[in-house]
Design a protein around this ligand. Structure first.
Ligand code: HEM
Length: 417
């Protein structure tokens, strides 16, 4: 009989279930305690296969820096065992046969990442900015037309980044509501309100692949200057990109590019409402905007975890991670690490945000980081100078997701100048 690895996560602590992300105060209290007392801990609890928790900022970076030892392909996110088994039976692998750049390891990862990287930085990004600014303006106009009250999460925050990403991919804008339903069913797979009959997003996955396949086939036949055309016609090692890889690419760009930014936008609005002095700072010094967007991402931490699997033994602090063990990187905890951020729980738009891990770290660090920050800049730098006041108009509700989360509902009352 093999002994249970130590140290074990104490029974009363849950930092990994979807439900744990419905109560942020309790979650962050638990993270704080773990960073102090047990930075690496073994978890063997239903419904997941066992894993180690990694909660300190520098440990998250160390694991991601050693990407040749800690690989992504075998297990990328926490999925209930029963679902992993069903997926294994159906597709022959626990990850469902999808091959996104998130699931890939080197050398393939870098080759596929190159297909889209230029769209989200430098001149590629500059080409997109007028479109993003126009979309931001249209949502501020929408707020103005809503009689001083809206649900900021469901009326504004989910739609703005969705419109941005569908426009970049070249999907018809009238498909927005459908794409929204699909991404929510996939990303908040643990939230019973957002999935079909408790199937953990499986039905949405199959259906959405069909939709994306049609879009790719169309752009293969009739290329335009959108990102779907770039993916559909990409060449890897001088061969045309495979269908599974192209579909996975579309899927990851839409899902990663959308709910994450929505969560940051709604979380940022909540940050400003609950810390009005931070809104005043931005009014007084608009140059703070980019730092404010980084602070929003640090404080909100829309992505809650990713998983890596060790390919050889590795000593993390005093704990030996064995070859084959999974480690879970908890980004929200890394972003509240007191060794890097003073008064880490406070939302302060003028703090030094460098070193935050909201966009991950290393070779897999978010390819859309600059785009996401620009979307936040464009929205808040336009909205805040025009706002006379804004306040909560009801109880905010969180999405119960341990992967990508944020507010399901954020009722607000406001007045423009
Ligand atoms: C506030 C918004 C966003 C947050 C918090 C966020 C966060 C993240 C995180 C944590 C990762 C994994 C990094 C790692 O493993 O080290 C990631 C990867 C990725 N993100 Fe984002 N993201 C955001 C917006 C976007 C946008 C707008 C796009 C663009 C379409 C995007 C596309 C991607 C892609 C394609 C990857 C995979 C990169 C790779 O594996 O090489 N993300 N993101």
């Amino acid at each position: 009989m093999t002994a249970t690895p130590n140290p074990r996560l104490p029974d009363g602590i849950d930092i990994f279930s979807p439900a744990a992300y419905g109560d942020e105060a309790r979650l962050h209290a638990d993270f704080t305690r773990l960073r102090r007392d047990m930075p690496v801990a073994w978890v063997d609890r239903e419904p997941y296969r066992p894993f180690w928790t990694v909660v300190c900022n520098e440990d998250i970076k160390l694991v991601e820096k050693n990407h040749d030892i800690f690989v992504s392909a075998p297990r990328l996110t926490l999925i209930p065992k029963a679902i992993e088994e069903a997926t294994l039976q159906m597709f022959g692998s626990r990850t469902g046969g999808s091959r996104t750049i998130l699931d890939m390891d080197e050398p393939d990862h870098a080759k596929y990442r190159d297909v889209s990287a230029r769209w989200f930085i430098g001149s590629g990004l500059r080409k997109l900015t007028p479109r993003i600014e126009a979309i931001a303006d249209s949502f501020i106009e929408k707020m103005k037309s809503m009689d001083g009250r809206c649900d900021f999460a469901s009326d504004i925050a989910v739609w703005y980044p969705l419109e941005a990403i569908t426009s970049i991919l070249g999907a018809p804008s009238e498909d927005g509501p459908y794409i929204l339903r699909m991404t929510q069913a996939l990303l908040a797979a643990g939230d019973p309100d957002l999935q079909k009959e408790g199937d953990y997003g499986m039905a949405a996955y199959g259906e959405f692949m069909g939709y994306l396949g049609k879009l790719l086939a169309d752009r293969q036949a009739n290329p335009t200057d959108d990102l779907t055309s770039a993916i559909a016609n990409a060449r890897i090692d001088d061969n045309p990109i495979g269908m599974i890889e192209a579909l996975s690419y579309m899927m990851v760009t839409i899902t990663a590019g959308h709910d994450t930014t929505s969560a940051a936008l709604a979380g940022g609005m909540y940050g400003f409402i609950t810390h009005p002095q931070e809104m005043d700072k931005l009014r007084a010094d608009p140059q703070l905007m980019r730092n404010a967007s980084n602070e929003i991402c640090r404080w909100v931490s829309p992505v809650r975890h990713f998983v890596r699997t060790a390919t050889e033994d590795f000593v993390l602090r005093d704990t030996t991670i064995r070859a084959g063990d999974a480690v879970v990187l908890f980004y929200p905890s890394g972003n509240r690490d007191e060794t890097l951020f003073e008064n880490a729980d406070a939302f302060r738009i003028d703090r030094d945000t460098s070193g935050h891990v909201a966009f991950g770290y290393g070779v897999h660090a978010c390819v859309g980081r600059q785009l996401a920050l620009f979307e936040l800049d464009a929205f808040f730098s336009r909205l805040i100078p025009q706002l006379k006041r804004i306040e909560l108009a009801g109880e905010p509700k969180m999405i119960a997701s341990n992967l990508v989360g944020g507010f399901r509902s954020l009722p607000v009352r406001y007045e423009f100048n």
